[in-house]
Each structure stands twice: as structure tokens, then as C-alpha cells.
Design a binder for this molecule. Structure first.
Ligand SMILES: Cc1cc2nc3c(=O)[nH]c(=O)nc-3n(C[C@H](O)[C@H](O)[C@H](O)COP(=O)(O)OP(=O)(O)OC[C@H]3O[C@@H](n4cnc5c(N)ncnc54)[C@H](O)[C@@H]3O)c2cc1C
Length: 418
């Protein structure tokens, strides 16, 4: 049986791997010149280390399937401790919590006595209260929005705006108003995974390790976007802009819904409107060496550093990479910022690019229900995968779950227990 996969992000690579492992002929089409999952990595000169872009982190509770896949492929992971700092746009810090975990317990303790202010004590109490709510059973419908959750639990607006939403921006990388419209259940579940008294983990040798093992010995047409998809009797013909072709029995699309206009000749109106109903947001990611994105005092530097203007028009987060990327341990400070203010000149830029991400809105639930129905339809020849196709915040976990679902529907064996 012939399978064509469009896209080599984690969902495309995992579906392709599972299908190839089950003996099918697989061809991948990728518009980037290398594996899409690892396409934006920065390699420093003279083998001085590398930067994963974006930097993906997981927790053992929230990313069970990804970690099972990694384990199966013998991809090592390691634990990291992610502290948080909050500063104004000039680098003046108002709260810094460099180590959140003490052993296996979450104890957010500020870096200095100067941060034990009345306001910050209030915020830390709210974090404790939030953690208690997260431990309660939350079987809310997806129509129950985050904004409503804040109101119903009487969270003060300054705690929400200055402390909580920045953390949620890190999880969703979408703008504040889209976050407020997110289903509360998904956000609360994500927060409870993150605040679960378990350390976060990363791939020990970076994303390239997992991507490389998934994509090994695979036929991949790199560096050219798929342009046309046509029916050929019972088969489907995929052609990219360069003219590479593959005829297949099953087509797996592992690209975002807003890039699936290429399917117009092979899907019906219902599928087309499902794809069009979904929302995507984009932001800029910059790897650089500009210390002005960090707290003014080095003592306050944390792995995750939020900078915001008081009116919240500019807010950005910066990851300090050296403490969590072993290959950069003794390198000069390296950073990765998400959505730096547009008018701010950035020193020592290593790379910058825009990345897109799906956003969960009121339309997502309907789309997820339909996509789940499709996955039980044995007559389907076109399978949608990708983090946006699976219920939950679009993360590596939903991407891998969607790949497992598509591969199973095609008939591939899943070589680890689900
Ligand atoms: C800034 C940022 C930080 C993140 N941090 C985390 C994190 O810490 N933890 C976590 O779990 N998740 C994180 N995520 C989310 C996670 O990275 C995504 O959910 C996941 O990578 C999506 O994988 P995917 O395979 O569904 O899609 P993608 O990775 O988007 O793959 C789609 C692929 O299709 C290719 N493509 C598109 N159109 C075509 C075409 N016409 N022809 C050929 N190829 C095409 C693209 O080049 C791409 O390679 C983060 C996302 C962002 C943006």
C-alpha cells in the first residue's frame, strides 16, 4: 500500500514512521529544505552548540504519548527547572522566582526579600488558590470560557493580566484576547500538568534527535511545497511545485488547516468549511544575545522571563537558554524571545522568523467531533493529522495522538501500548 504524507512536523513524521514500520511504502513532501519539525534549529559556528526553535518542553503527566514514542525510539530526555521572572519593559523586575521546584514539590519562593511585597504575597496566595482549584474535578463543557472562569472564581484582574496570562501565553503562543476565549477546561488541564509537582523535561539532544530517528531512511521530497492533489480513480496523485509526484492509496495531510486549500479538488464542501472554520495566530520568534530582554539584575534571571508595559500593549517572553540546553552551558548568554516589541532594535540576532499556531475557539469542538468520526470511517482515503486536529491545547502531545489515530485508521500497528 502507498501512503503520501504532506508535512514533516512531528505529526507527519510519526504517521509516516508508524506506516513504514508496518510495511507500507511512504513518501513525505516537505516545503522546508529539512525535516519540518527541526527546520528552524540554529547551529552555532564551530560546533559550539545549537538552539531548538521553538524550544519544546513537556511534563511526564501531560505528554505521555510523546514520551512513550521517545522511549520507544531510545530518545533520551532530561529534567529542567523553569523559574519565572516578571519585569517592566525597561528591565525593572517586580517578581523573580528562579527555582519553582524544591525536590519534588512546587514551592515558588522569590529570589530576594525585596520581592516579598504585599502585592506579591497576594499573587503567591492566588497561585496557591489556583493550584487548589486545579486539583478539583473540572468536567466543564468546552463552551465554558477562561474569562468566565476568572470571574466565577473571583480572580483579581491584575493577577490575571500581569501574572497568569503571561504564563498562558507561553503555553498557547497566541494573543491575550484569544487566550481569554479559550475553553477554561483546556487551560486549567494544561496548568495542572505544569503545576503537577513534576519537573519539566526536554529531549536531551534536541528536537533533531527525535525528528532524525522518525525520518531515518524515509523517502522525502524536501524544499518544495505541495501544489496540487488530484483524484486518479481510486488513487490520489500528489505533486509539488518542483514537479515531484507520488501516487498513493492514502493521503495524510499533516499541515495546518489554513494551508489546506490545496485539497480543493479532492474534498467536499463540508470538509472545506470545517477547515475554514478554524483559527490560527502567528507570532515572531527571535534568537539573540540581547541582555535587555532580561531582568536588569543578573541575580533575577530565570529560565522564563516576562517583560511587559504597564498598559500591557507590549508583552513578550524570553527564554534564557544556557541553563536548559547542555550544549550552551558555558557559552555566552543566549536567548529566545517570543513577540519582541516591533520597534525595539535587538542586538546579536542569530535568527528570526514567524511561526503559526492553531487557536482553540468555540468552533474547534465541532471540528474535533467530525474529525473523530472521520477516523472511524474505513472508506476514507484522506486523513487529517496535526496538533490542531486533536482535542486539547495544540501541543506535541495532540500532534502525536493525531498521528497515532490516523496511522491506526490506515491499518498500521502501534508498536507501544496505548
Ligand atoms: C513558539 C512555540 C513554542 C511551542 N512550544 C511548545 C512546547 O514547549 N511544548 C509542546 O508540546 N508544544 C509546543 N509548541 C507547539 C508544537 O510545536 C506544535 O503543536 C507541533 O510542533 C505541531 O506539529 P504538527 O506536526 O502538527 O505541525 P507542524 O510542525 O506545523 O508541521 C507542518 C509541516 O508541514 C509543512 N508544510 C506546510 N504546508 C506544506 C505544503 N504545502 N507542502 C509541503 N509541506 C508543507 C511545514 O513546513 C511543516 O514542516 C510550540 C509552538 C510554538 C509556535
Amino acid at each position: 500500500m502507498d501512503i503520501a504524507v504532506i508535512g514533516s512536523g512531528i505529526s507527519g513524521l510519526t504517521t509516516a514512521y508508524l506506516c513504514k514500520n508496518s510495511g507500507y511504502n511512504v513518501t513525505i513532501f516537505e516545503r522546508e529544505p529539512k525535516l519540518g519539525m527541526d527546520a528552524h534549529r540554529v547551529d552555532l559556528t564551530n560546533g559550539e552548540g545549537f538552539i531548538d526553535v521553538p524550544l519544546r518542553v513537556m511534563t511526564p503527566v501531560g505528554w505521555k504519548t510523546v514520551l512513550k514514542l521517545a522511549d520507544y525510539l531510545k530518545v533520551e530526555t532530561f529534567s529542567i527547572d523553569v523559574g519565572l521572572s516578571y519585569s517592566w519593559e525597561n528591565g525593572e523586575t517586580w517578581l523573580s522566582i528562579p527555582r519553582v521546584m524544591r525536590g519534588s514539590h512546587m514551592l515558588p519562593i522569590p529570589s530576594s526579600l525585596k520581592y516579598i511585597t504585599r502585592k506579591n504575597i497576594g499573587y503567591l496566595r492566588e497561585i496557591k488558590r489556583l493550584k487548589k482549584i486545579l486539583n478539583e474535578n473540572t468536567s466543564w463543557p468546552l463552551s465554558y470560557r477562561l474569562d468566565q472562569f476568572f470571574q466565577d472564581h473571583y480572580f483579581k484582574s491584575d493577577f490575571v493580566d500581569y501574572v497568569l496570562i503571561p504564563v498562558l501565553e507561553t503555553i498557547t503562543t497566541c494573543n491575550r484576547s484569544l487566550i481569554r476565549g479559550y475553553p477554561a477546561k483546556l487551560m486549567v488541564d494544561s496548568l495542572s500538568h505544569i503545576m503537577s509537582n513534576q519537573k519539566m523535561v526536554r529531549f536531551a539532544h534536541g528536537t533533531k534527535d527525535l525528528a532524525g530517528r522518525l525520518g531515518a531512511n524515509m523517502l522525502i521530497h524536501y524544499g518544495s511545497a505541495v501544489k496540487t492533489i488530484e483524484n486518479r480513480g481510486h488513487r490520489i496523485l500528489v505533486t509539488n511545485e518542483r514537479g515531484d509526484k507520488a501516487e498513493c492509496d492514502h493521503l495524510v495531510t499533516a499541515v495546518q488547516a489554513n494551508h489546506l486549500g490545496i485539497l480543493s479538488e479532492v474534498i467536499n464542501g463540508e470538509d472545506a468549511s470545517l477547515l475554514q472554520s478554524l483559527t490560527f495566530d502567528r507570532g515572531e520568534i527571535v534568537c539573540h544575545q540581547d541582555e535587555r530582554f532580561m531582568p536588569k539584575s543578573r541575580k533575577d534571571w530565570c529560565v522564563l522571563n516576562y517583560q511587559m508595559s504597564k498598559n500591557l500593549e507590549d508583552d513578550c517572553f524570553t527564554v534564557w537558554l544556557n541553563p536548559i540546553e547542555p550544549s550552551l552551558k558555558s557559552h555566552t548568554p543566549m536567548f529566545q524571545s517570543w513577540n519582541p516589541p516591533r520597534d525595539k532594535e535587538i542586538h546579536g540576532v542569530l535568527m528570526r522568523t514567524y511561526l503559526e499556531r492553531s487557536v482553540v475557539t468555540s468552533k474547534s469542538e465541532n471540528a474535533w467531533t467530525k474529525l473523530e468520526d472521520y477516523s472511524h470511517d474505513q472508506s476514507r482515503r484522506i486523513h487529517f493529522t496535526g496538533s490542531w486536529t486533536y482535542p486539547g491545547v495544540p501541543l506535541l502531545e495532540s500532534a502525536v495522538l493525531s498521528a497515532v489515530r490516523a496511522a491506526s485508521n490506515i491499518g498500521a500497528k502501534i508498536p507501544w501500548s496505548l
